[in-house]
Design a protein around this ligand. Structure first.
Ligand code: ADP
Ligand code: MG
Length: 291
């Protein structure tokens, strides 16, 4: 390995805002066969917005107020979207008591003496909530690439809130460039299978690993590494840090959390998915010069 090649590779990366933290990262980048990409905040902008509100047996404003009271206590990006929308369309404060966060599922609390559960279908199953007529509406939203947040009040499904998170502009081009380079692309997400599948289809990604609990992302990377495949993980969130560490190459989105940036081997300062194939190609160029 010539120090000159490494300096050139590191310099080339720096010019494009692709920071390799060490020489090993450059060499590993050259050998990557599979790139796993987190969905929210990596392939998408990570700026979820409420697009649909479907209330059943309750006023829409009341549904929003109850759901927002719970979500106000949560730090999840989906929760922030619900609160922002509710504050704009159904202002007025109910406060939550006995708040409980259920990682990878949702949250629940007591609001005005009612038990309000907000989250995905898994959480509703755990809580014994039957979706009834809302099941079909939820499926429609998911098929459209929306994340469907269900709200239950006193054990009864009261509404579905559809949330969209737009893909980053260059995500399809990034996937195409990786395929062009002979690299397999996998989407990894805690989101619902149908929602993830729809977004993956739009981006040209064929393999989707969905409904993964925050603590299980690293294990999914390890599975992909089983046959000795070299795997890179691209992520932005606190949730992604263990997976970034497990991967042969951890790549953090510059706009991501400090933990992700600290854990990663490569940081994409421009937060542009197109810089993922760029990083791998710079690695390949460096390795060629080293031989
Ligand atoms: P990701 O950030 O990859 O989507 P998470 O593990 O944070 O995954 O969440 C997985 C799923 O759990 C979300 O897609 C959502 O359906 C549900 N969920 C988690 N937290 C909340 C919340 N506070 N409000 C509503 N739904 C939630
Ligand atoms: Mg993310």
């Amino acid at each position: 390995a010539t120090p000159t090649a490494i300096m050139v590779g590191t310099g080339l990366g720096a010019k494009r805002g692709v920071l390799f933290k060490n020489a090993m990262a450059l060499e590993t980048a050259a050998r990557i066969q599979t790139v796993v990409m987190d969905k929210t905040g990596t392939l998408t902008r990570g700026e979820p917005e409420v697009t649909d509100v479907i209330a059943d047996g309750i006023e829409e404003a009341e549904l929003l107020r109850l759901a927002a009271a719970v979500e106000r206590e949560s730090e999840h990006p989906l929760a922030e979207a619900v609160v922002r929308y509710a504050d704009a369309h159904a202002p007025g404060g109910s406060r939550a008591r006995d708040f409980e966060n259920v990682p990878g599922h949702g949250a629940l609390a007591d609001v005005d003496g009612r038990r309000v559960v907000v989250g995905n279908t898994k959480l509703m199953r755990v809580e014994g909530v039957d979706l009834g007529p809302l099941a079909a509406r939820r499926e429609e939203l998911a098929a459209g690439g929306r994340t469907a947040v269900i709200a239950a009040v006193d054990g009864r499904a009261a509404g579905v809130i559809g949330i969209a998170d737009a893909p980053r502009d260059s995500s399809p081009a990034a996937v195409a460039a990786l395929h062009e380079a002979g690299v397999e692309v996998v989407m990894l997400t805690g989101d619902n299978e149908a929602t993830a599948r729809r977004i993956a289809d739009r981006l040209g990604i064929d393999t989707v690993i969905a409904e993964v609990l925050p603590g299980d992302k690293a294990a999914k990377i390890a599975e992909l590494q089983r046959d000795g495949r070299k795997v890179a993980m691209v992520g932005d969130g606190v949730n992604d840090a263990p997976a970034l560490a497990q991967a042969d190459l951890g790549i953090a989105i510059g706009a991501g959390t400090d933990v992700a940036i600290e854990t990663a081997d490569v940081v994409l300062m421009r937060s542009d998915p197109l810089d993922v194939p760029t990083a791998l190609l710079i690695g390949r160029g460096t390795l060629r010069k080293m031989r």
